[in-house]
Ligand binder design. Sequence first.
Ligand code: 5GP
Ligand code: MG
Length: 181
Amino acid sequence: MKILLTEQELQLGIERLAKQISLEYGERPITIVAIMTGSLVLLADLIRRLEMPIRVSLIQASSYRGGTESGNLDVNDSTMLDIQGRDCLLVDDIFDTGKTLTRVTERLKSLRPASLKSIVLLYKEGRQEFPLEPDYFIFKIPDEFVVGYGLDYQDLYRNLPYVGVMEQVDLDAHHLAHPPA
Ligand code: 5GP
Ligand code: MG
């Protein structure tokens, strides 16, 4: 698989972001709201580099229904912590059309946090369809379907330590190894 971001590049990027967050929030407690499942690995790496008191809250949003094309968005916030009056940081794996971040931001704002900012690991260039932009992104990437470091294709590849491009040869190999049931 073609590697877009190595393990080392990812770690350096997260280190940079953690420093920026620390500068901005200082010792203020923050509640991180992570959009599952794609932001799982970023979440684990990021929170270990932050020293202020951190609460972790999970929200489930799935827009890719099995393939590489975006479908409807399902949001499940049954595992959310109370965020009213809290400084919140919303974390997602990748900003593509912007639909997920827009919808989840609307949902969180209705819960009246004291402040709300958003972070994404990857910002896919040229895909945006919504006016909302993330407050921080770690890497800008070209318009290609990527997997690894939390991101999946049909629920696999999240455990790759790098971000790679799922090209046609990789898709073909995947479908040979995992034929539809
Ligand atoms: P958006 O709602 O911005 O169109 O898409 C964001 C969501 O779509 C992300 O949270 C992610 O789950 C999924 N997504 C978008 N682009 C990619 C991609 O290149 N690879 C993977 N694995 N997921 C993607
Ligand atoms: Mg996602």
